[in-house]
Design a protein around this ligand. Structure first.
Ligand code: HEC
Length: 151
């Protein structure tokens, strides 16, 4: 038993040296969603606090990601999340893709699939209040409608 605990401590210590590459470009891109479609201030602040950590080129790393395997989980979410939807690159998407992403945003928020529940366990300030959810859903739906009206 003691040996196991000792081995555990050693392993935890060793994995601290394996730091994932950080997702930090430090740039505001012209292809950001806020420069592509209309994003009111209230929506933008929600996106930044609750979504950009995994869906942009700049993650605001919470303290627990400095400790492994916390950082690994975060890196995994970021690479998966960005691949599906990158708000910094929204302007590069074809119109159809923009529409379907907006549709997915409304649905994911409605079904409480986003922000990722496992992330919300530690990142309490990213939790959306009922009114924030309503703001996001109505913004995503109306943006989708105006995009398709322009097609
Ligand atoms: C902790 C990381 C994380 C946060 C924070 C997060 N997401 Fe995600 N998101 C992911 C991951 C990972 C996936 C891909 C998961 C999957 O396919 O099941 C994803 C998928 C999505 C998708 C599906 C895209 C598609 O086309 O399939 C949408 C839409 C989405 N997220 C919107 C949001 C919104 C809006 C927020 C903020 C309210 C948010 N996410 C916050 C990690 C995150």
């Amino acid at each position: 038993m003691k040996k196991m605990a000792f081995a555990g401590v050693i392993i935890l210590a060793l994995i601290q040296f394996v730091q994932p590459v950080r997702n930090e470009s430090g740039q505001v891109m012209d292809t950001d969603i806020a420069k592509t479609i209309s994003v009111p201030e209230g929506v933008q602040s929600i996106l930044l606090k609750s979504c950009y950590d995994c869906h942009s080129n700049n993650t605001n790393y919470p303290w627990y990601t400095r400790i492994q395997p916390g950082g690994w989980f975060m890196a995994y979410h970021v690479s998966n999340g960005k691949e599906k939807l990158n708000f910094n690159e929204f302007g590069l998407y074809p119109k159809r893709r923009q529409e379907s992403k907006l549709d997915a945003i409304a649905k994911q928020i409605e079904n409480e699939e986003m922000p990722l529940p496992s992330y919300l366990l530690l990142q309490r300030d990213a939790i959306l209040s009922p009114s924030e959810k309503a703001v996001m859903i109505s913004w995503a739906n109306s943006s989708m409608d105006s995009l398709s009206a322009n097609n």
